[in-house]
Structure formats: C-alpha cells, structure tokens
Design a protein around this ligand. Structure first.
Ligand SMILES: O=C(O)C1=C[C@@H](OP(=O)(O)O)[C@@H](O)[C@H](O)C1
Ligand SMILES: C=C(OP(=O)(O)O)C(=O)O
Length: 449
C-alpha cells in the first residue's frame, strides 16, 4: 500500500484446524534490494530469479530506472537489470520516493554519494520520521554534500562527489544499512574503503560484491569486524537466485509453534547465519524446529524449515544476538506471550527507529491482548501465560508491516479474535501473507475486520 491509500483493517482468529502443509514465502527483501542495485552498477545484464515483488523492493526498482538502468520484469520473480557500470548512474529527472523502505533509502544514499549528480529523496510518513544522519554523516566524508530536513530526516537532497574519497568508518551502531551505504559509496572511490562494525550484521552486501567480482576482505579483530573493499572495481553482471526471506518465514513458523496440532514445512528459506537468531532463540525455548535439505544456492545457505506445535519456555535473549534477528522481535514477543515464564529480550534500542517505535508498539500490541509486558531501559520483558493468549484487542500498526503480521499471528493463537487497524503495509515485504496463512490453516482464519 502506498502512504495515501485507505487503511485495511484485518482480523485473525483461531483456525478450525491446525496449520499444515508445505509452503514458500516470498524472496528475501535485503537480497532483493541489493540485487537490483548491484545489477544497476554492473556491466551487462543481471538475471534475478525469486525477487521479492513487495512495495519496498519495487521502490528500489523504480529508483534504479530513474537513475538510468534498464529494469524489466520477465515473469513472476524473474527480473533483468541492464547496468550502467560503476559511476555510470545518471541524474534523475524527479524526486526519488522510497516509500516505507529504510533499506532502499539508506543504501541509495551510498550510491548517490559516489555519483556526481544531484538528487532529492523522500518517503512516506513513517520513513520521513526515521534517522538519516547515520548515513549522511559518514557519507559526507566522501566529498558528497547532503541537505536534510531538521533532525536529519527526509526529504533530503544530495550532490554526489565528483572524485569520491574512500571512507574509513567505525559504525556507532550495528547496522547493515549503514555498512552497506558506506560500501556502495566505496565502489565509486579510488582506494580502499574500510568499515568496522561493533557486532557482525547481515553480510549480503559483502557476498554480492564478491559475486559481482569486487575484492572484499573481512577480518574479525579486537576492534570488531573489519570489512575492506577495493574501490572502482569492474562489476560484472552475475545471475542472482533470491532465497525465501527468513524474516517472512518467521510468521508462519511462530504460528505453527503456537497453534495446537500444527506441523508445517517452509521450503527454500535463506539461512545465512547472520539472519537466524530467531531460529536459535526458538530452539532454546524448546521449539521443535529443524532444517531439512540444507544446501547452498546462489552463494547463500538455504534449507527447508520444519516446525511443529509444542510448549515453549521463557529465555533471556542476549543483546549481541540482536543484529541476527533485528526484525523478528515483534513475532518473538508473540511466542514469548504463550511461553512459560518471563522472557527478557535485551538491547533493543534499534527497534525504536524502525518503521514504527517497535519497542513501544510491540509492548502495546501484547498489552492490548491481555499479556503483561514492560520495558526496562532497552529491554523488553514479556510475562508468558504458559498457556493461551487472551486476545480480543485491536492493535495500531503505525505503518509497520511487522507489527501487523505479528498481531495477526497472535490472533491465530488467541482465545478471542485480534484485529489490526491497517494491514496495508504488509504489502511492503510479504505480498500474499493472509492468503498463505489461510492456506496453511485451511480456512479463513484471517479476514477483513
Ligand atoms: O540491510 C538490510 O537489508 C536491513 C538491515 C536492518 O536494518 P538496520 O541496518 O537499520 O539494522 C533490517 O532491520 C532491515 O529490515 C534490513
Ligand atoms: C526494518 C525493516 O525494513 P527497512 O529498514 O528497510 O524499512 C523491516 O523490514 O523490518
């Protein structure tokens, strides 16, 4: 849904039958954005299979077109990008609207910093609230000039550097978006770009850079993970196979764990170890969850997830695990609500700057449905019932797709139906979410409110 569409309330209730069957979730959002961007920078035509056709990724496709790349859909999930080469993007004739997508906006800042062109970028009301100084500050050291609205918010304007300098930057927060923005700018700079991250974050950018022929070195040191990129490589078009998004699989997975009698298989899920913190946490909670057919496809580990209903117990989730499950806390909180004992999720400051303040919104989602919850500093504490979730609440989703989907998963496991005020933003990352859940449940457990 774009930000001016009317709200779409939905309601979820306990399904008449357990969840079952084998299902596939849409392509990985992080990899899809990057595939389009790298395709646009490469020489030749990049063929992408399994691209996520969610609104966030379609914003990136539109931006790459506006910057001069040729981007075509050949069939469902099958896309072709004819690139312009490093430094070859051309000035866009109009404002670049990145919709609801932080990843699209921040990675694009990196690309634009490295090209001597003028651009203006905006987004929807959610994205216009999110902090951009975390990318514009370090990227300014390339020689690019950024102008932002008060507080470093969108809309922003940027004049990219004519002869960009390589960055040497230590990330103040663990953020794959900031890391990737620096590396994308570094592609256009002469010399070595160096980024140090305090905790390792998803490494799809590094993997894809190598896949397209760039030289990237990664080393774990006492100061953190050091990533070095040799600037101005010739990126050569390379085929991309996008795996199913583990962050989307999380919703069906948690629903299967919570709805009695359920057993589902989610085929072809990306299992990059920097994305699988939720799966490790659920196993610690006692979940029956295993991987079948583990394999490597398109340079990323992939497998089929098999999950079955069973009792869960509370755990403490350490802060250093946050980067590997940063988008999964709302749905983990739903699992924690039905576990035995109090789950403490530590170090969640970054959740405050997502599509919504996800820390506050997750607490409100649970509280509206009869679960005792509290926030202590940057920690979220959820008092599990050890049995069912009362439900019966209506949850404000604040333009946040993950809040909407987590709420609907809770409704499937609750005693009374649970509603969301607006499910439209689910289209940003998981088109067909309600249909897929209803197929797994064999009935209309999720329907318009
Ligand atoms: O690089 C990426 O593709 C992403 C990085 C994460 O954001 P941060 O870099 O802000 O942690 C994550 O929340 C987002 O959904 C996707
Ligand atoms: C935080 C998310 O995405 P983005 O930052 O790209 O808006 C998300 O998908 O949960």
């Amino acid at each position: 849904m774009s930000h001016d569409a009317s709200p779409r309330p939905l309601l979820a209730q306990a399904p008449a039958a357990p969840l079952s069957g084998t299902h596939r979730v849409p392509g990985d959002k992080s990899i899809s954005h990057r595939a389009l961007m790298f395709g646009a920078l490469a020489i030749g035509t990049t063929a992408i299979e399994g691209l996520l056709e969610g609104e966030d990724v379609l914003r990136t496709a539109a931006a790459m077109r506006a910057l001069g790349a040729t981007v075509d859909q050949q069939g469902p999930g099958a896309w072709r990008v004819a690139g312009r080469g490093i430094g070859g993007l051309t000035e866009p004739a109009d404002v670049l609207d990145m919709g609801n997508s932080g990843t699209a906006a921040r990675l694009l800042c990196g690309l634009l910093a490295g090209h001597p062109i003028f651009s203006v970028m905006t987004g929807d009301a959610s994205l216009r609230r999110r902090p951009m100084l975390r990318v514009t500050d370090p990227l300014s050291a390339t020689g690019a000039t950024f102008w932002t609205r008060e507080g470093g918010r969108l809309p922003l304007a940027v004049r990219g550097a004519t002869d960009p300098l390589p960055l040497d930057y230590r990330l103040p927060v663990a953020s794959a978006q900031v890391k990737s923005a620096c590396l994308l700018a570094g592609l256009c700079a002469r010399g070595t770009t160096r980024v140090v991250e305090p905790e390792p974050t998803r490494d799809h950018t590094e993997n894809m850079l190598r896949h397209f022929g760039a030289t990237v070195r990664v080393e774990d040191t006492a100061e953190g993970r050091v990533i070095e990129l040799e600037g101005q490589p010739e990126l050569r078009a390379a085929p991309i196979l996008v795996p199913g998004d583990p962050s989307s699989a999380a919703f069906l997975l948690v629903a299967a764990l919570l709805v009695p009698g359920s057993r589902v298989t989610i085929a072809n899920v990306g299992l990059n170890p920097l994305r699988t913190g939720l799966f490790a946490t659920l196993r610690e909670m006692g979940a029956e969850l295993r991987v079948e057919n583990a394999r490597v496809e398109g340079g990323e580990p992939v497998g089929d997830l098999v999950a079955a209903h069973g009792p869960l117990r509370a755990v403490e989730v350490p802060p250093e695990r946050a980067p590997s499950m940063i988008d999964e806390y709302p749905v983990l909180a739903v699992a924690a609500a039905s576990a035995t004992g109090t789950t403490r999720m530590r170090g969640l400051a970054e959740l405050r700057v997502k599509e919504s303040d996800r820390l506050a919104a997750t607490a409100a989602m649970l509280a509206a449905n009869g679960i005792a919850v509290s926030i202590e500093g940057d920690d979220l504490l959820v008092e599990g019932t050890g049995g069912g979730i009362p439900g019966g609440g209506t949850v404000a989703t604040h333009m946040d797709h993950r809040l909407a989907m987590s709420t609907l998963v809770m409704g499937l496991a609750a005693r009374a139906p649970v509603a969301v005020d607006d499910a439209g933003f689910i289209e940003t990352s998981f088109p067909g979410f309600a249909d897929l859940m209803n197929r797994a449940a064999g009935n209309k457990a999720i329907r318009p409110a």
